[in-house]
Design a protein around this ligand. Structure first.
Ligand code: NAD
Length: 490
């Protein structure tokens, strides 16, 4: 109802490019170099959608200063007070759910149905940490042989956090870090991806409406190499929580290595295997493997992009899979585009290579060099890809999946683990003993057996090998955002 608020602003501007603003101290403000913008495009049409501030190190400093000023007060608030505010944030997003979902779908290209699921998950992030902090248990022990000496563990918030997120699930992944940051008494500066910044802009207005005190959460928009890098390196920042690609994670690791006290949590890329054993119900296995491959056009870090199938059922699975994908993942209808021109070109280069290496295209083809009316790529199922090919080894992060046979359980484990990443995996089998035998030997922080993308916010989320450092979720998030001291009292 307020003509000045962000959602009214966006609604009034629908159809013409939007100019976003940074959010410091609960105020929307212009960036330093106000002539300098990053252009963000609508993935469905390729048209200019938004001008994103190209923030400088000076802008980042303003955000960090605001967060640092808010920290002494916020870190001393009661858990109940923080919980109440988090609940208000959740309810305010919930009241605007459809608006968030529509803008997420426009900005990222995902279907409205998928966007609605992610907005619901964003709301759950706030509700979960709002209640988690009220029910945390602690323990006091008495030192063995010294009954008058007790010892207990105490936690305090770390300080100002840099929160940096990618473009594939913009609101959901940003709130996955903002909610615990606020809940555990830290303050922060969040930088969403410059490719999809709109729902973060809307979230800023929610913070105002929910009366989050000024400075507790600030949002800076801009490029990774400039605003992101300045944020990570800022001496005022005492922790970095990052979701994005492995090469960016490596840069952040290098940028923080000299400051040993900085908490760093990195959730990075994956090249996840799906193992299909010969005891499965084919129809059900095809359904799970296809959704793991193509949900959000394959642009989920947890997507299963390497499917290994027991040779006895390979042919049957292959033809059922191809038929299912052709019926259920129709481009422009049930599956969205990829996010940007740059990403289109990247995914296309892998498909071009597949063609040059004589892979078999069971569905899909190499898309045109120039995208035509949006960044559309037909879901592509490949077979006959060499195990050493880049297509099998690198994260493509698009609607591309490979099918390969295996003969034994041991070989399936070897193939699954033959990759530098270790984020997620799917096992499809009815054999309970095998679920454990294989599940416990896969190099993956997340193993889903006969399911995919099931989340329980209290369990550990994160990857092994190149897929990340640390875990978040429940007590793991608490460990990221708090410092632990042990106190002995005689
Ligand atoms: P990206 O690494 O290019 O960018 C992620 C964020 O980092 C963006 O906000 C970007 O601006 C910022 N950034 C870039 N360079 C930076 C630097 N030097 N310093 C600080 N910040 C910098 O990733 P993307 O292309 O946006 O997202 C796709 C990647 O994210 C994929 O690899 C995917 O697997 C990964 N991802 C991982 C998870 C997970 O939970 N493990 C979840 C979603 C996506």
């Amino acid at each position: 109802d307020n003509p000045d608020d962000a959602s009214t602003y966006l609604t009034n501007r629908a159809g013409s490019p939007i100019c976003l603003q940074n959010f410091f101290n609960n105020e929307f403000c212009d960036h330093e170099e106000s002539h300098n913008w990053i252009e963000s495009f609508n993935p469905r049409s390729g048209e200019l959608l938004a001008h994103v501030p190209s923030s400088t190190a000076g802008d980042v400093d303003r955000g960090v200063a605001a967060a640092a000023r808010a920290f002494p007060y916020w870190s001393q608030t009661s858990r109940q007070e923080r919980s109440d505010i988090l609940m208000r944030i959740a309810s305010t997003i919930s009241d605007k759910k459809e608006m968030f979902a529509v803008w997420e779908s426009i900005d990222q290209g995902k279907s409205l149905a998928r966007a609605r699921i992610e907005v619901d998950r964003a709301i759950s992030n706030f509700r979960y940490f709002a209640t988690y902090i009220l029910h945390e248990e602690g323990s006091v022990r008495f030192v063995d042989g010294q009954p008058s000496t007790m010892t207990y563990e105490h936690r305090s918030p770390v300080g100002v956090f840099a929160i940096i997120s990618p473009w594939n699930m913009p609101l959901y992944l940003l709130t996955w870090k903002i909610a615990p940051c606020i809940a555990f008494g830290c303050t922060g500066v969040a930088k969403p991806s410059e490719v999809t910044s709109i729902t973060a802009f809307l979230l800023a207005e929610v913070f105002k409406q929910a009366e989050l005190p000024p400075g507790v959460m600030n949002i800076v928009f801009g490029a990774g190499a400039e605003a992101g890098s300045a944020l990570v390196k800022s001496p005022g920042v005492r922790g970095v929580t990052f979701t994005g690609g492995t090469s960016t994670g490596n840069c952040i690791r290098q940028d923080t290595v000299a400051d040993i006290g900085k908490h760093v949590s990195l959730e990075l890329g994956g090249k996840n295997p799906t193992l299909v054993f010969n005891d499965v119900d084919i129809e059900e296995a095809v359904r799970v493997a296809a959704s793991a491959a193509f949900e959000n056009s394959g642009q989920i870090c947890l997507c299963g992009s390497r499917i290994y199938i027991h040779r006895q059922i390979f042919d049957v699975f292959e033809s059922a899979f191809v038929e299912y994908v052709e019926c259920n993942y129709r481009v422009r209808d049930t599956i969205g585009p990829v996010v940007s021109n740059e990403h289109y070109t990247k995914v296309r280069s892998y498909l071009q290579q597949a063609e040059e290496e004589n892979a078999t295209f069971l569905t899909g083809r190499v898309p045109t060099e120039k995208p035509q009316g949006g960044y559309w790529i037909t879901p592509t199922v490949l077979s006959d890809v060499h195990p050493q090919s880049r297509i099998m080894r690198e994260e493509i992060f698009g609607p591309v999946v490979t099918l390969c046979p295996f003969d034994t359980e041991a070989e399936a484990i070897l193939l699954a683990n033959d990759n530098s990443n270790g984020l997620a995996s799917v096992l499809l089998t009815k054999d309970l003993a095998r679920m454990r035998r294989v599940g416990e030997r896969i190099d993956a922080g997340l193993v889903w057996v006969n399911c995919w993308l099931v989340r329980e916010l209290g369990t550990a989320f994160g990857g092994m090998k190149s897929s990340g450092i640390g875990r978040e979720g429940g007590a793991h998030s608490r460990d990221v955002f708090t410092n632990l001291r042990t106190i002995h009292v005689r």
